[in-house]
Ligand binder design. Structure first.
Ligand code: CA
Length: 224
């Protein structure tokens, strides 16, 4: 989300997090452009039109010039047809005129993410033995049982399952799952790994997330 009205950005971030999304926020166009081009991959990018630094149009144009096809939802305070046409010309997939209701925004995001996911084989289910994680559907199963995970737990687990057998540094997990502007202690990852183990391993008598001392964690390719 690239939105310079900080109160609006914070309330949207909270609402979207409550909906199970992991949201990175930029408050100006420069940071927004950096995140859009290198912070992802994202399922959807929300771009405010008027921003300090490069505006929403410029960011969207640059993304498309880089071959980035991530769905873009443009947020605009203007509602002239001209602006809408401009946004769509820049490669935006949809737009929403402020003020908008959160319910409408959430529905548009779901629709965009679904449309993008339809032709995408990069976000398919991840598997390690009988442990199955569907990051897009936000579902985790083991031994035929559904396991309830929070958005962050799901992000950490997906990060490990995408690289089975490989040691993944705590900092890399942090970079992948946490909002980059937050200065978070990498040890926070331990808290999430510990709660994941209680959900996906302990009840099944398994050890799928292995500690790699001095580095981070490794997913057992066979699910432990
Ligand atoms: Ca603005």
């Amino acid at each position: 989300m690239v939105e310079d009205e900080e109160n609006l950005a914070e309330s949207l971030r909270r609402g979207l997090s409550a909906d199970g999304h992991i949201v990175d926020v930029a408050h100006d166009g420069h940071r927004g452009l950096d995140l859009a081009l290198a912070g992802g991959p994202y399922d959807v990018v929300l771009l405010d039109l008027m921003l300090p630094g490069p505006g929403g149009h410029a960011i969207c144009t640059r993304m498309r010039a880089h071959g980035d096809t991530t769905p873009v939802l443009m947020l605009t305070a203007k509602d002239g047809d001209h602006d809408v046409a401009e946004g769509l010309d820049a490669g935006a997939d949809d737009y929403l005129t402020k003020p908008f209701s959160f319910v409408v925004l959430a529905a548009r995001i779901r629709a965009l993410a679904r449309r993008a996911g339809a032709g995408d084989d990069g976000g398919g289910p991840l598997q390690a033995g009988d442990l199955v994680l569907d990051p897009r559907g936000r579902r985790c199963r083991r031994g035929g049982r559904d396991i309830e995970l929070t958005a962050r737990e799901l992000g950490v687990l997906a990060c490990l399952m995408q690289q089975p057998g490989r040691a993944v540094a705590k900092q890399d997990i942090l970079d992948e799952v946490w909002d980059p502007p937050q200065a978070v202690d990498p040890n926070i990852v331990e808290v999430y790994v510990s709660s994941l183990r209680k959900k996906i391993d302990a009840p099944f008598g398994r050890r799928s997330i292995l500690t790699v001392h001095g580095t981070g964690y490794r997913m057992a390719p066979d699910g432990g």
